[in-house]
Design a protein around this ligand. Structure first.
Ligand code: AMP
Ligand code: MG
Length: 393
């Protein structure tokens, strides 16, 4: 049994980012940029009006002042108009500011009669003008290598005229679930059988991480069929096996992997739940053996598989972890055991409360949680203390 941090470092050490590819922006959501992107144009690109109204010289405005409207400046063209004292140009939102003008007066604040407007108030220079570069300067970094492309990132890149973006390679992951007792949801259960929930759970986790999922295979606890299924699955970048990694007579994952020539780097980690976790490599394919108990499968996926998939996809080091959020603990929590304990619970309104049975088979309790708190060996966390929880939903 090795410490969780050591196991995680060892796993990630074996993971390499795939080669970059170029994608149209609309397909790049949730991928990771493989290079820094710098602003090619300032934003806004030119001084423009924030309102529909009139472009004026501020000092020529005031109560009772009348201005002559000398032209119209719509958005989308630059009519190269010039405004002098006592004049105004009809202007629209996003239109370039005519030279000489130093403020915009909203159309709601003027009275228009034929070719004249009356402005019944003082106007501040700069009013309602969006200055060139006030949001973003040319050359400023807009996306960092390893950053996830979010919807707002897509919008930003488009505002800079980028039609494509360079992102990390597409990661293909296959799931093999093992167990004689398992029945596919939708079928009826015989005595002693249970539904295969890990296939669905791990599928959802793989999809959420942004990897491409290959068809899920289910095998009985039989070395020959497991061997075939794992060999097929190994044509992908990652194989995620559920169950069969413990020490029982029906746990064949290790022996089958060795048979296939896999190098097993890790087996058994000081983590609760999830002790039987296995990590190995079949050629360049990463192999993760998750314990069959669903909560163990879930926690070990988040701690080991998710960061590996993200690293392959090109995520930065900082992006491999779940977000950590400070929370007030609402109970005392002790860890008297010999493994780092990931306590599952609910994070809401700045507070963390453990939820459900903290046992590795308890899927209902897990389903009610959205965060986990690592409690190190020997730790005694006090009620009302502030702790850092890892949030997944
Ligand atoms: P194993 O790791 O194969 O020894 O399984 C440990 C526990 O997890 C047993 O109670 C199994 O019935 C259960 N289990 C294994 N695979 C699954 C699965 N795919 N879905 C739900 N429970 C499972
Ligand atoms: Mg089993």
């Amino acid at each position: 049994m090795i410490p969780e941090s050591e196991a995680r470092a060892k796993v990630l050490h074996q993971v390499q980012a795939l080669a970059a590819r170029s994608l149209p922006l609309r397909e790049a959501l949730n991928c990771f940029a493989t290079k820094d992107y710098l602003a090619r144009i300032p934003l806004p690109g030119f001084d423009n009006s924030a309102m529909d109204g009139y472009a004026v010289v501020a000092k020529s405005c005031g109560p009772g002042k009348r201005l002559r409207v000398i032209g119209e400046q719509p958005a989308g063209v630059d009519r190269q108009l010039r405004v002098a004292d006592g004049e105004a140009v009809r202007i629209f939102t996003g239109a370039p500011i005519p030279s000489g003008a130093d403020a915009i007066v909203m159309q709601e604040d003027v009275k228009r009669e034929a070719e004249e407007v009356t402005i019944n108030e003082d106007v501040d220079p700069g009013a309602y003008i969006r200055r060139r570069g006030c949001d973003l300067s040319e050359g400023q970094r807009i996306v960092a290598a390893g950053e996830r492309i979010r919807s707002v990132t897509v919008g930003l890149l488009a505002s800079q005229g980028f039609a494509d973006v360079e992102v990390g390679g597409e990661v293909r992951a296959a799931i093999v679930s093992t167990g004689d007792e398992l029945v596919r949801p939708g079928k009826s259960l015989q005595p002693g059988q249970i539904y295969d929930s890990n296939s669905a759970l791990v599928t959802a986790l793989v999809q959420r991480s942004g990897a491409v999922l290959k068809p899920v295979e289910h095998c009985s606890d039989d070395p020959a069929s497991l061997r075939e299924a794992v060999a097929r699955a190994a044509q992908n970048h990652a194989v995620i096996i559920s169950g069969g990694v413990s020490v029982g007579e029906h746990d064949f994952v290790q022996s089958v992997l060795r048979d296939l020539g896999a190098k097993i780097d890790i087996w058994r980690v000081a983590i609760k739940p999830g002790k039987p976790f296995l990590f190995g490599r079949l050629g360049s394919t990463l192999v993760f053996g998750l314990p069959g108990n669903p909560v163990s499968a879930f926690v070990t996926f988040l701690r080991f598989v998710r960061p590996s998939l993200l690293k392959m996809m090109g995520a930065s080091e900082a992006g491999l972890d779940l977000p950590k959020i400070s929370a007030k603990l609402i109970v005392d929590l002790h860890n008297d055991g010999d493994r780092l304990h990931y306590v599952r619970g609910k994070f809401a309104n700045g507070e963390f409360s453990p939820i459900g049975r903290q046992e590795s088979h308890a899927v209902f309790g897990l389903s009610q949680s959205n965060a986990m708190l690592p409690v190190p060996v020997g730790a005694k966390f006090k009620k009302d203390s502030v702790v850092a929880v890892e949030v997944w939903d």
